[in-house]
Each structure stands twice: as C-alpha cells, then as structure tokens.
Design a protein around this ligand. Sequence first.
Ligand SMILES: [Mg+2]
Length: 611
Amino acid sequence: MTFDSKEERYFYYNSLAILLKAVENERTTIDLRNEASVYGTIEHADAYMNIVMRDCVFTDPRGHSYSYTMFFVQARNIRFVHIPPKSILRYNTSDKLKFFTHFRIPTNLKYFNTTASITPSTQVNMSVFKFLDYDCIGFDLDNTLLHYNVTNMVHLIYETVANYLVTERGYDSKYLLKPLEDKDIDFIQKGLFLDFERGNILKINANGIIQRACHGTNLLSIEKIKEIYPEQRWEATDAFCNDMLSTWNGPLSMKMRSLLDYFDISSSLIFARLIDAFDKEQGGPLDEYNIWPDMLDGLIEMFNRDHFKIDKGHFFPSLRENPDKYMYKCSARTITWLQELKKHCITFLITGSNVDFADFTATYALGEDWKSLFDIIICYAKKPAFFTEKRPFFNIVNKEEGNIIESKDLKRGGIYSQGNWKELTEFLENISGRQNPRYLYVGDNLLQDIYVPNSYVQCDTVAIIEEQMSEGMVHQKLSHPDEKVLNSTLWGSYFCLKDSKVNMNSLWGHVIKKYSKLCIPEIDLIAQQPLEKSYLCFNEEKYNGYYPAVPLTIKEQLQRLVGHKRDLTRTKRTFKTKRAEQKQQEGLAAVEKILENRKKRDQRLNENKTD
Ligand SMILES: [Mg+2]
C-alpha cells in the first residue's frame, strides 16, 4: 500500500477509507446518493474515498445503463460501496487482526473465520445473473414458455364462468351477460384482491396498505377506504403480505382471493358485476355477500382436468377447436435457446396442467418434439404445494395418470404427474453429478413460481411478467398485442403506484424485486442473447433486474423521486454548481493522473524487459 502524503496516511488509518483499499481490483457496485449506481472494477481509491473505476456500467436513476472504460466517483456522491465478502475472506487471520486494528472497527473474527458459513449463493457475484451459473433450470409452461392471446382468453373465461352462473346457479343475466366494453376490460388487471364479504376489489402496496378499492364496479374514495378499512389495512391482506401462503388454504381463503394470472383475472369483473346487481336489487350495499362459492364452483368446473379428454364444457373444446385464436406459437429462436441450454445444464418443466392438456398446448407452441427439450417433465404439479408438501409422483400411461412411482425410479427423459420438489431435486442432483447443484426456476405466477420456490426452498427465480412489455419500457419500442387487457387506467401500473408523492412499489413490484433475480416480459428476449451473457440483477433498492429495461411507469416514479422535472440546463449557476463543476474538474484530473502513472509504469516495465 502506498500513500501520497502524511495527511492521506492519517485518513487511511483513521477512517473507513482503508476498507476501499481492500476492494481495489475487485468488481463491485457503488450506489450513489441520487439513486444511480456504478458496477465495475475499482481501479483506485484515495484516502478521501474518491474512487476511480474501470470497465463499468453506470445506471442512472431512470434505469438507463451506459458503459464506461473509466469512471470517476466523487466521495460526496457515494451512498454505499458493496464490499464483496471474498475481499475480507482472502486475508489470513493475523492479517485480519491487523486489518481491523487499523480500521478501528469492532472485529468479530469468528464470523470472518468461518468460510463454511458462507452459503454457495454468496460466493457468486450477487449483482450479476447468468443462466450458465446454474446446474439445473426449471420452467413453468403456461404464460412462461407458452404465451396465450390474453384478450381472447379473458373473453373466453368470462363467457364460460358467466354462463355457468346464469344457467347453473340462476344469477340474473342482465348484468352478467352484458357485452364487454372498453371500460369493462379496463376494470380487469392481474394482481387484484377480492374481499368476498364486503363485495370489494382491492389493490395494495408493498406495505399492505389498500391504495385503491372498488365496491362492485364503483371506485371508492380514500376517505371511504379508510372508513371501511381502518388505517387502509385489512387482516387478510396483512396476512397475505406477511406470508403469501397463509391465505392459500384455511379460514382466510374463505375471505379473500388474489387474482394472480390470466386464467382468473376475469373474475374481478364477474364479481364486481354481481355485486352491482345485488346492490341495485336491494337498493344499497348489503352487510355481507356470499357469491364467491358459486364463482369458485364455476372456475373449478371450467378447469376440471377430466373435461379436456371428454371435450366437455366451453373452455377446453374452444381451445381444441381453435388453438390459433388462443395461443401463440413459440419462436424458433426460443426453441433453439432451450436446446442449447439443455446441452449445458439439466432442464426440467413443472406445469399445473394435466398431462393431456399440457401435451396439446406444448405441442402447439413448442412443436411435436417438445418433450425432448427437458430432462424431466412434471405435469399436474399442484403448485405451490409441490414445493412445500410431499405428494408422491405418478406414472403416465397413455396420457393418463397411472400408479404411484418411487422417486428413486424416476428416469431422465420421463414425464410424470404430481410429485414434490424435495424428491425431484434428489433426482436432479443425481443426474447432474454435482453436490448441492444450483437451481433456477422460471415462471410467471408471483406466488407459485417466484415467492414460494424462493422463500420456501431457496431456489433462485426469474419472473416472466408480460405487463413489463404492455406498460412500455425505457428506450424500448416493443409493444404487447394484448396491452388493452393487461393495462388498466383505473388501477394504474402493475409495478408501482403512480399517484403517490414518493416512489412506491405495488405489492407485486416489491415481490418481483425481493424474490426474483430478473424480470423479463418474455423468454424470447433472453433467447436473442448468448447463453453466457451476464445481466444486472435485482438488489436491495435497485431496479437493475428488469431486462431489457425498467417499465416506463417506474421511470416516472424515479424521475419524481429525484426531481428531474426541473430543467437543470436553465438553472442559474450558483456557488454550489460552480463548486460541483470544480470538483468534477478535479475528478477528471485525478483520472488523467492515474492514466499517466499507468503509462509511465508500462514504459518502465518495457524498458526493464529490453535491458
Ligand atoms: Mg404459468
């Protein structure tokens, strides 16, 4: 370690500046005070904590990323420097003692001595995600590998359930069977909650606060929300935020339902129209409604797995008769990407669809040879219980569930029904030939595919969220064919709450950031990139994990947060701006000095070689 002056030496030994010395030549992330961040290699850190970085990516508060060969970070702009654990761990014990004595930091050597306590996930750079870092990669099928025409699907499901309620349960057709107009479609959004008893539909933020609510189809004011839900909270949504599985079964599942994917989002409109009908009939809101059990029966009847085989009902026959209307074919590029991925790691599919329906949809989307894309396929998996319970695996015979099969008898290239994660991973570990392989699961349902795998079985996840494309992304011209259904002006952005004064995640924006590594609108965008590509992933307060870019709505929030609406170019040059410019000049001079020193050093090395 060399010091330029006595003063600098004093600072090194009497401040945390010396910690930065430990990360020189390491790749890490520096968070800046204006919500921007820089990821790259620390070239030099001086005693005042000014840092020069090389080969870095600067991400501004709006999520735009830029590459720089050299980047100067002034100390006053730094909020955090992420210290990679290995920077500390590479010192031996006596070095650590000296290190921390110099730093004047309370030392817990026991912690730093136990390399075994470092879990596998902390041994890789947590700011960067790479598919090839994983040994076993699993996929969900519906809305992950296979995309549906959401517009036609929403209409089909609405018609099927509404007709069931009218014909089988005697509900009035006047409200339920009204044609779906634009305002009705706008009422539908993924991620809403139904309060069965009160007849309300809710949208909540990351802290469980009810930010928007409708009674039937009528929007409630904030005052009204506070009147119904003290402090804008409800015990059922609080329990859901605390543990999303707590309301899956048991008494709370009788009070509320979260509408998590395109197969049940039509339910919000059916529910609201029925509430409107009751209120109209009774001349005002009722104390309690009891329509959910009938709606649930309609949904169960529609998705009954036996109905596909016998072509019963409206849902399955419609799909079978007209697959082009309801499904999109997977691109050849995505299929090639899956084939390439399988050459590098174990791939598996876990779908909730029964084997015959999965075979029908996967053949349509991925081709006749779809089974060859995976090392093992699990159908009718009953997620999220697949990850938390221990149901047995069943053989498949002639596209039907056969006998129970012991997990030790699972075969590579096989297709099975039900089963559980624990025994599946024992099988995957076995065929991968690795101890403690790293698992990744890719899916669209934020509860079943993201939250539960990540928090219950510590599996890393990638979220496929089509709203990212339908809401538009920064500097991206991509659009979604079903954006009218996916977006909602009534409920606002899927990712964040636009009408707040500060940046506020919606519950789903929070779940994506907390429980997934990466959020992408469709696999095809990843399939355009080489397998070995690294992606910046989510960490604490950052939105880095959105690929290819953050949704526009988040950008607007961030702009509001950092006050970018002011046009800085027109601002009068104050003492503060002049000083900032002077510091900037100093920074550039520091970079030049480093480059010059480097040049001299190289020259010296060359001279020594020739001597
Ligand atoms: Mg799915």
